[in-house]
Design a protein around this ligand. Structure first.
Ligand code: DHB
Ligand code: MG
Length: 227
């Protein structure tokens, strides 16, 4: 497939199954206006996150990497009025955009933005109720740290979604020198090797190009979660 052909299919699938929502379109627009990078998940993937939350019945969602809250809105809608999304964002200026977008979407009451490096913020979430679904979409170099926290802050049955596992095909290059791709490879190796996870991954071709998503289940090898 050429970029033109898969973008046409992405547009077709988006039009057919996802639709166009002014609130989500506004979130993307305001993120662009603020000069944030256009690396939010594609609409088809936002809808996938929304469905995974609902399929799993997740009430407590943890997101690592908020950006402008596009994916956050998709998941906040899915948890419903009694659910909760905790989203961790390292960049203060991203969090400002995210807060505005969440308010405009009418879900700010069910979303808590925690500002700081995730490696610093995540330990402070120990002791709360376990998360039912964790979406990891931050600096790829830290993927193994984030996966470890996903297991520790989760429970057997927690769903873990890891974004950007294809990286334009580079993920299958053992000689890559990209720190991001190496972080991605280490994350996938951890999902195989670490008994706390059972996982697979899918390549994706959408408006963002050739990439992919890993989906894991936290196993019962996690017993004393959050300790
Ligand atoms: C990048 C990060 C992402 O989370 C993404 O979905 C696409 C690109 C990046 O840092 O290049
Ligand atoms: Mg991503």
């Amino acid at each position: 497939p050429t970029p033109e052909s898969w973008r046409r299919v992405d547009a077709y699938l988006t039009d057919t199954l996802v639709g166009h929502d002014p609130v989500l379109d506004d979130a993307v627009h305001s993120q662009q206006e603020a000069g944030l990078p256009a690396i939010e998940v594609a609409p088809v993937s936002g809808k996938l996150l929304n469905l995974l939350v609902r399929i799993s019945g997740a009430q407590r969602v943890l997101e690592i990497g908020t950006l402008g809250a596009y994916s956050t809105i998709w998941m906040a809608r899915a948890v419903g009025a009694d659910g909760r999304v905790v989203t961790v964002e390292a960049e203060e200026r991203n969090a400002v955009v995210a807060r505005t977008n969440l308010e405009r979407a009418g879900v700010s009451d069910r979303v808590e933005i925690r500002i700081g490096r995730a490696a610093d913020v995540l330990p402070s979430l120990v002791g709360a109720e376990p998360f039912d679904l964790v979406f990891i979409d931050a600096d790829k170099e830290s993927n193994t740290i984030y996966l470890d926290w996903a297991a520790r802050l989760g429970r057997p049955g927690t769903v873990v979604v890891l974004d950007n596992i294809g990286r334009g095909g580079e993920v299958a290059n053992p000689a890559t020198t990209s720190a991001q791709v190496i972080g991605t490879q280490r994350g996938l190796e951890m999902l195989r090797r670490d008994a706390r996870f059972d996982a697979t991954a899918l390549q994706t071709l959408d408006r963002k190009g050739w990439d992919g998503v890993a989906i894991a289940l936290v196993t019962d090898h996690v017993t004393d979660a959050a300790s």
